[in-house]
Design a protein around this ligand. Structure first.
Ligand SMILES: Cc1cc2nc3c(=O)[nH]c(=O)nc-3n(C[C@H](O)[C@H](O)[C@H](O)COP(=O)(O)OP(=O)(O)OC[C@H]3O[C@@H](n4cnc5c(N)ncnc54)[C@H](O)[C@@H]3O)c2cc1C
Length: 407
């Protein structure tokens, strides 16, 4: 869309998954009946023709970089001047016995949703989710919404332990169990057993736990999809290696989104980011570069948001998973919390909010301008989003933070 907006070249989008672009972040709401798949399409279908963007539903099976052609599964070839690889990710596998049994699923593609529906159609009762992150929590909510008994196996000591400090994890763990999810921490799956029909019947863990089930969902992260690099000079690390203009090592070929691995990530940012917002930003940057306004991408302040059932989570900038060097407040019932990360020079470097909504632009301004933590605390009311719900919360938060700063 950015290329077309800048009056640039003809654009052809090849995707095997779906004829129309949809938002995979909303797949859970399709499953729960809150919206249809069609509702997840951000743009009207007519728009693609109006904008002169050709869509091809097919698989790109290989690249002929000398002839500048993409070879499609149907046997046809598409020629290009510039090629943008935006092949996304695929789910990470456990690589344990029984992982290919019927009823063992992942959630990434819309076809995964169809397969999960088919398994549920077998009138099943017990599901096991492997992985304690955002996707694991989404799956838990999805499956609980259909009345299934849900167990979750998490390798870490506490929920989403590689990202969250223990206090935030505890709040989420309490919320999951309130919604009927049985959580098993510090457990790893060693195998899946299947019945005579080849259908999953049990999950075995490292400590000897045996969880009977008719469905298992593996949600242990994603890896960049880089199969198209085969037979080309495109270098791959974890993803397609790209410079700050998203150029790969092969002339005229770019990579953006989940599949790209930055050679020069911004300080404190990972080289690959499986984030919707990051991908969208990269798309705009690469379009400008291709259309002659060669710019480097402004990575902005890291932002993520999610829900753990009815508990809202948002993260701005970076918060240490250990929780050290931070100001922390939680209410008496441990249902919501706020954390401000103190970076070098006592400037704010990250903010976590659970159960409290903050104004994104305010938080990003504080972090982006490296505002001193003292001042952030004094101006905290500016970040209040839902005034009527958080009216009584902020004075208590500010008082607590002032107290911690004075220590
Ligand atoms: C269930 C779920 C919930 C999520 N929620 C959030 C969220 O709340 N916030 C957030 O920031 N991120 C979220 N993410 C991550 C986010 O969806 C991804 O970061 C984003 O979709 C990446 O966009 P992309 O265009 O790089 O790749 P993708 O969205 O993966 O798109 C790549 C497309 O290319 C197709 N493709 C790949 N190879 C080929 C080929 N050879 N030929 C043809 N087509 C091919 C794939 O089938 C796919 O359709 C979520 C992801 C999932 C799975």
């Amino acid at each position: 869309m950015h290329i077309r907006r800048m009056g640039g070249a003809e654009v052809t989008v090849v995707s095997s998954e779906s004829p129309y672009f949809f938002s995979r972040t909303a797949l859970m709401y399709v499953f729960m009946g809150h919206m249809t798949l069609r509702h997840t399409e951000p743009y009207a279908r007519e728009m693609w023709d109006e904008w002169g963007i050709t869509r091809v539903q097919d698989e790109a099976v290989s690249l002929d970089i000398h002839r500048r052609e993409v070879l499609l599964g149907s046997g046809s070839r598409l020629s290009y001047d510039n090629l943008i690889l935006a092949t996304g990710s695929r789910p990470r596998r456990l690589d344990v016995t029984g992982e290919n049994s019927d009823g063992v699923h992942t959630l990434y593609f819309r076809q995964d949703l169809e397969q999960i529906e088919a398994t549920i159609g077998r009138n099943m009762k017990h599901a096991v989710i492997i992985g304690g992150g955002l996707l694991g929590a989404e799956l838990a909510e999805m499956l609980r919404s259909r009345g299934l008994f849900v167990s979750m196996i998490v390798r870490e000591k506490h929920y989403w332990g590689n990202v969250l400090p223990p206090e935030e994890s505890k709040i989420i763990e309490t919320r999951l169990s309130r919604y009927g999810v049985r959580l098993f921490l510090e457990e790893s799956v060693i195998s899946f057993l299947e019945d005579e029909g080849g259908h999953v019947s049990m999950v075995n863990t490292s400590s000897g736990l045996q969880l009977p089930c008719e469905m298992a969902c593996v949600a242990i992260g994603v890896i960049p999809e880089t199969a198209l690099a085969a037979g080309t000079d495109i270098q791959v690390g974890t993803g397609f290696l790209v410079n700050s203009h998203f150029e790969t090592t092969s002339k005229g070929i770019y990579a953006i989104g989940d599949c790209a691995e930055r050679l020069d990530p911004a300080p404190g940012r990972p080289a690959t980011e499986s984030m919707w917002y990051t991908g969208r930003r990269m798309g705009e940057c690469v379009a400008r570069t291709i259309c002659g306004q060669r710019i480097s991408c402004d990575d902005g302040v890291w932002f993520n948001s999610a829900r753990f059932f009815d508990l809202e989570y948002s993260a701005y900038g970076k918060v240490s998973a250990g929780g050290e060097h931070s100001l922390f407040w939680s209410d008496d019932c441990h249902e919501r919390c706020l954390r401000i990360q103190r970076g070098e020079g006592d400037v704010v470097s990250g903010i976590h909010a659970l159960g409290i909504r903050l104004r994104q632009e305010v938080c990003e301004r504080w972090i982006g301008s490296r505002m001193c933590v003292n001042r952030v605390v004094e101006e905290l009311q500016q970040a209040r989003f839902d005034a009527e719900f958080s009216e009584h919360v902020f004075p208590s938060v500010i008082q607590s933070f002032r107290h911690q700063l004075a220590r």
